[in-house]
Design a binder for this molecule. Structure first.
Ligand code: NAD
Length: 461
């Protein structure tokens, strides 16, 4: 498989893809090793993750360069991603033992009710390229701590990072057969789905997620899906500082070139402040710098997947044909590399694809709205339900709006943000299940309930 640098179109390296046989052998090795791993005390599994976190820190400069070279994100953002992943690992290191602790939950004469958690077994993790560290860590860190073996298939656009993750986990003390990387694209993902795994955890698009759900649903094992979004953001007329809000919203739209599951994909602005907001917003967009992602002053690298620029062009053309005004960008950029200009469209409406389909790129539509009720109606007019944001001077007003939005996450005066302390979950076509937080630790284990009559000692773990 050829690994191409999206900023230069140069070949970085060729790597050997997995085959039918190698995938099957990896599964058999994982299955044979998992029972032993499950008997390792959780404190030792947690300690291995703490070592993994330190290794990410030690090698952070090189890992950031590898990430930037294969996905094209600006080097500062690659560093941010690694720091964010370490923060999440520290959360799991600090909280997993308490969350998974076995114990008596109820006692009465002659009867003890006791709860413990067991691993699922061998789980598959098919992952995305846009934040390979973050979305990977959400799954394989709690899965490994929970006593599972993991077959991890990184995206074909983040293969080198996937291989680095495997190498560092092994160095940290995770046995080689307990975490194995599968190299390849959709065909290797499909092979993984044919294996009788004990859980399937997927991060990627709704289209792929749906086909995965259809392929494995009859197995009746846990299925986790973190899928796409069309996340709305509403700027109410009582915001205190329009220029600060515009700056934050531009960051939410264009960070990682808009290639974030929770990127702001639609902006609604209360009509009283629409002109003022738009002016401030365009001022901020003009500060963005497209170019070589290794240059620390560059904010916009290339689009990671070359063909995705076609979708961006189609959405822009469709919007303009239906009456939108193109205020900024709208075209490919540069002679080499898969760049696309930061793009702003106004006079948009929900008949346009750019306001309905996931864009996953540096293209944003801004629509003026009459009042909160219209904003709520438009924000909910989507097949997705990942996040929604409200900027307002009033917490109660913002919370009243967010309460009515069918999404897994609500933001007041912030956006495009994920925290390990809170569950990360999508509704509708944005996913099923949850990762992160105490909920995301329990995602990778099964509860086992004991009803113990008599004066028995408690079962040993
Ligand atoms: P994708 O669906 O194209 O691919 C994701 C993974 O699935 C890759 O590893 C790919 O090789 C594999 N795959 C593709 N087809 C397959 C098939 N038929 N069977 C098995 N495996 C298959 O998605 P992507 O381009 O890697 O990621 C972008 C998408 O991911 C966006 O929609 C984004 O919103 C979403 N995403 C969501 C979250 C979240 O937390 N909700 C996080 C990151 C990305």
């Amino acid at each position: 498989m050829k690994i191409i640098n999206p900023a230069t179109e140069a070949l970085i390296r060729e790597v050997k893809e997995d085959s039918d046989l190698s995938v099957r052998k990896k599964f058999e090795r994982a299955q044979a090793a998992q029972c032993q791993w499950a008997t390792v005390p959780i404190s030792q599994r947690v300690e291995a993750m703490a070592r993994f976190e330190r290794l990410l820190d030690e090698e952070t400069d090189r890992l950031a360069e590898v990430l930037t070279s294969e996905v094209g994100k600006p080097i500062r953002e690659s560093h941010n991603e690694l720091a964010g992943a370490r923060h999440r690992i520290r959360y799991f290191v600090e909280h997993s033992e308490a969350v998974l602790e076995a114990g008596t939950v109820h006692e009465e004469t002659g009867m003890v009710e006791y709860l413990e958690y067991e691993p699922l077994g061998v789980v598959g993790n098919i992952s995305a390229w846009n934040y390979p560290y973050l979305v990977g860590v959400n799954v394989f860190v709690p899965a490994l701590i929970g006593g599972n073996a993991v077959l991890y298939k990184p995206s074909e656009y983040a293969t080198l990072t996937g291989l680095e993750l495997g190498r560092l986990l092994h160095r940290a003390g995770i046995p080689k057969d307990i975490f194995q990387t599968l190299v390849g694209g959709p065909a290797i993902g499909k092979k993984l789905l044919r294996l009788p795994l004990d859980g399937y955890f997927f991060t990627g698009s709704y289209q792929t997620g749906r086909s995965i759900a259809e392929a494995v649903r009859s197995r009746l094992v846990p299925l986790g899906m973190e899928l796409g979004g069309k996340d709305p953001l509403y700027v109410a007329d009582d915001v205190l500082d329009i220029s600060q809000v515009a700056k934050a919203v531009v960051e939410g739209c264009f960070y990682n070139n808009g290639q974030s599951c929770c990127a702001v994909e639609r902006v609604y602005v209360q009509q009283k402040i629409y002109r003022q907001f738009l002016e401030a917003f365009l001022g901020e967009v003009k500060k963005l710098r497209v170019g070589d992602p290794l240059d620390p002053t560059v904010t916009q690298g290339p689009i990671t997947r070359p063909r995705h620029r076609l979708l961006l062009e189609v959405q822009v053309r469709d919007a303009v044909a239906k009456g939108a005004k193109l205020l900024e960008g709208g075209h490919r950029w540069g002679k080499r590399g898969f760049f696309f200009e930061p793009t702003v469209l106004t006079r948009v409406n929900h008949k346009m694809r750019v306001m309905k389909e996931e864009t996953f790129g540096p293209v944003i539509g801004i629509q003026s709205v009459r009042d909160d009720a219209q904003a709520v109606r438009l924000m909910n007019d989507t097949e997705y339900g990942l996040t929604a944001a409200v900027y307002s001077g009033s917490e109660s007003r913002a919370r009243a709006i967010l309460k009515q939005i069918d999404a897994g996450t609500g933001y007041w005066n912030c956006c495009d943000r994920v925290s390990p302390n809170l569950p990360w979950s999508g509704r509708k076509h944005s996913g099923i299940g949850a990762t992160l937080s105490t909920v995301g630790i329990q995602t990778f284990v099964r509860p086992k309930a004991y009803h113990l009559r008599g004066d028995h000692p408690l079962p040993s773990c």
